[in-house]
Design a binder for this molecule. Structure first.
Ligand code: KIV
Length: 272
């Protein structure tokens, strides 16, 4: 951390807006359970996202669509119990906010009340404006999510980069401005060209957090299991792996299994 950076004992939506104003980049990671959330929080990340990517990495589904509100609340309450500093944002899962704004508000209230989370995130632009406004009016902070929004994967038909065409890029810029105007505290931009993401970040005052959106934005988010190298299959260009936990865990489990089978574990000092 540079000398000029302010230190925060607790991250709030106000801290994030200050960070953007001061040019301090925001670090965000996902977490879905007590143990890893505690490690991530103590390591100093600013935002912990209880993402609906739990559907993929925790439950093994192919998409984010199947995870339920009850399951998100379970993950979120486990995370909240571990966190002292980071702002905890929870995804509203598919099917809990699209039908109408009253249902969206009920879903957001359940997340806040039953998990103790600090904010919710939901995907989409003008089509979910009314829902976002209703949630905001109830005093619940909302983060937007534009670009490659995984809950719409069957509409897109592919996980390739979004908003490469002018019309989609212009709509994304309008949506980001709208999210700022109605009072969202931040927005995630997923898998869009870096120059477009930079233009959005420059054009609005709320923090823009990118995933596969280049480095001209106000912060970055990655799925924890991906950056720790837990899986070998998922390898998009934007993913930097900081560990090869798949290999590390596999080696440890192989050693344990062989120690048990050879009668090496437990040894004399490891028993009563
Ligand atoms: O669910 C998730 O993990 C997300 C991030 C990819 C931003 O929404």
């Amino acid at each position: 951390m540079s000398a000029a950076q302010k230190s925060y004992s607790r991250i709030t939506t106000k801290s994030l807006s200050e960070m953007k104003a001061n040019g301090e980049k925001i670090a965000m990671l996902t977490a879905y359970d007590f143990t890893l959330a505690g490690i991530v929080d103590q390591a100093g990340v600013d935002i912990i996202l209880v993402g609906d990517s739990a559907s993929n990495v925790m439950a093994g589904h192919e998409t984010t669509l199947p995870i339920t509100l009850d399951q998100m609340i379970y993950h979120a309450s486990s995370v909240i119990r571990a966190v002292d500093r980071a702002l905890v944002v929870v995804d509203l899962p598919f099917g809990t906010y699209q039908a109408d704004s009253k249902e969206a508000l009920r879903s957001a209230i359940r997340i806040m009340k039953e998990s103790g989370a600090h904010a919710v995130k939901l995907e989409g632009g003008k089509e979910v404006k009314e829902s976002i406004e209703r949630i905001l009016k109830a005093g619940i902070p909302v983060m937007g999510h534009l670009g490659l929004t995984p809950q719409s994967i069957y509409k897109f038909g592919t996980y390739t980069v979004r908003a490469k065409e002018e019309a989609e890029a212009e709509q994304l810029i309008r949506d980001a401005k709208m999210l700022e105007e109605i009072g969202c505290f931040g927005v995630v931009l997923e898998k869009i060209p870096a120059a477009l993401a930079g233009k959005v970040a420059q054009g609005i005052r709320i923090p823009v957090i990118g995933i596969g959106a280049g480095n001209q934005v106000d912060g970055q988010v990655l799925v924890l299991h991906d950056m720790l190298g837990m899986s070998k299959e998922f390898s998009p260009r934007f993913l930097r792996r900081y560990l090869d936990l798949n290999e590390t865990i596999s080696t440890a489990v192989q050693s344990y299994t062989s120690d048990v089978k050879n009668g090496d574990f437990p040894n004399d000092k490891e028993q009563y």
